[in-house]
Write a protein that binds this ligand. Structure first.
Ligand code: SDX
Length: 392
């Protein structure tokens, strides 16, 4: 503090806005979207109706949901020139970089989505991105796999359509696997919003300059990419694989995580807000068991994850710092059982978080919030005079 300005690194104790969308209680492990407990939504709702509730304020009637889905389907096409951008990427490109780039590029193909001041203009931009984003997600994965690109199928449900575009093998009819559909629905719901996390705060601050929705989402995707945030779900699987290669030596990785001189962290553990447990992790851990069992998949990685959790929950270092599994700890195990490549895990997180980002951006714009522009405490040089280069 310098009297006027108080610095709060990482905004640990700073509120950035008032919001009516998502409620978290970190001590009690409570998470509600528009007042509905996440446990009920994960069990009883489907992803599109949860997206509607987040964006428009309440669960939709059947008519409202059908109209929302119809409007989304009418926009679920990508200009073929988007393929030229996709083709320009090396195969080694990380899917999050491709996703962020193509999302921003959508502005070029939909210029009317930039200056959106009325709710109607916002609605048009929202149904466009809700229709086009799943195609970009699927194309990003198929490109990585060297598979032909697929298109939206309007006769399918929202999540079924995503699955078909991602998993359809060439020249074969795609049969929706209900186990995967239900698991994907649940995972997308559990990732749909989480108040002012790093990527959502990014979407809000970029959107506060009145940059378009797609540009704001592209920035959010980049923030989510980081291994301390959404990128953790990929890092968890890489860590569990490494432990498996090391003969399941979980103690070695626990020691690394506790070693102050080692930058390694136990990925999928810890949370800024949840200090007793992450309610999403509880649901996903249970779902991992069920889905792998239903799919007949026996993945030793799941056993390693469980023993790592059991040991960390007994270890004073983690207990003292209130470090528990978060949303990213078990989710990758389910994605892997579905046949999703590990580099696509954070893209799946972004797919789930899309409605939350949209809802938060819309709320910020409708609340006419000022442009985000924090201050600083200056610690640099006092005033000094320019020196020509031969005097330096
Ligand atoms: C998500 O914010 C959200 O809501 C995010 C999210 C969402 O839905 O949007 O929930 C999604 O991002 C989940 C988090 C995914 N990230 C990871 O799993 C990466 C590993 N975890 C962390 O790096 C960390 O726990 C954070 C980033 C999640 C939280 O970091 P904080 O709140 O800034 O805590 P910190 O870094 O100040 O750590 C406090 C202490 C430190 O030790 P000391 O300096 O006090 O001795 O705990 C230690 C840290 O070193 N610590 C860990 C650790 N996490 C924190 N030590 C080892 N392993 C870890 N995972």
């Amino acid at each position: 503090t310098n009297g006027l300005i108080t610095i709060d690194p990482g905004y640990k104790n700073t509120g950035s806005c008032e919001s009516a969308i998502t409620f978290l209680d970190g001590e009690k492990g409570v998470l509600r979207y528009r007042g509905y407990p996440i446990e009920q939504l994960a069990e009883k709702a489907d992803f599109l109706e949860v997206a509607y509730a987040l964006i428009f304020g309440d669960l939709p009637t059947k008519q409202q949901l059908d109209k929302f889905h119809a409007d989304i389907k009418s926009k679920a096409i990508l200009d073929d020139d988007v393929k030229k951008i996709l083709d320009a990427f090396p195969k080694s490109a990380h899917p999050m970089g491709v996703l962020s780039s193509l999302t921003s590029a959508l502005t070029a193909f939909n210029p009317s989505s930039v200056n959106v001041d009325s709710e109607e203009e916002m609605y048009n931009a929202i149904v466009k991105i809700m229709g086009k984003f799943p195609i970009i997600v699927a194309w990003t994965m198929r490109k990585k796999q060297g598979l032909p690109l697929t298109y939206s199928t309007n006769s399918l449900g929202y999540v079924e359509n995503i699955m078909k575009m991602m998993f359809q093998s060439p020249n074969e009819d795609y049969v929706v696997n209900p186990i995967i559909r239900d698991a994907l629905d649940k995972l997308l719901i559990l990732h749909a919003d989480h108040e002012q996390n790093c990527s959502t705060s990014t979407v809000r601050i970029v959107g506060s300059s009145h940059a378009g929705l797609f540009a704001s989402l592209s920035a959010g995707i980049s923030a989510l990419w980081g291994p301390l945030h959404g990128g953790a779900n990929q890092a968890v699987l890489e860590m569990l694989e490494a432990i498996k290669q090391d003969g399941g030596d979980t103690k070695k990785y626990m020691a690394k995580a506790k070693d102050k001189n080692d930058p390694f962290r136990l990925m999928g553990f810890g949370h800024r807000v949840y200090k007793n447990f992450d309610p999403r992790a509880k649901i996903i851990k249970k779902a991992a068991d069920e889905v792998l069992n239903d799919l007949g998949v026996n993945d030793p990685i799941l056993d390693i994850a469980r023993s790592l959790e059991a040991e960390a929950l007994k270890d004073p270092y983690f207990v003292d710092r209130k470090l528990y599994p978060n949303v990213d700890f078990y989710s990758g195990i389910i994605y892997r059982a579905m046949g999703i490549p590990v580099e696509m895990f954070t893209v799946m997180f972004a797919m789930g978080r899309l409605p939350g980002w949209i809802a938060q951006w819309k709320e910020m714009r409708l609340n006419k919030e000022p442009i985000g522009r924090p201050r600083q405490i200056y610690t640099g040089e006092n005033e000094r005079n320019f020196k020509t280069i031969d005097n330096r």
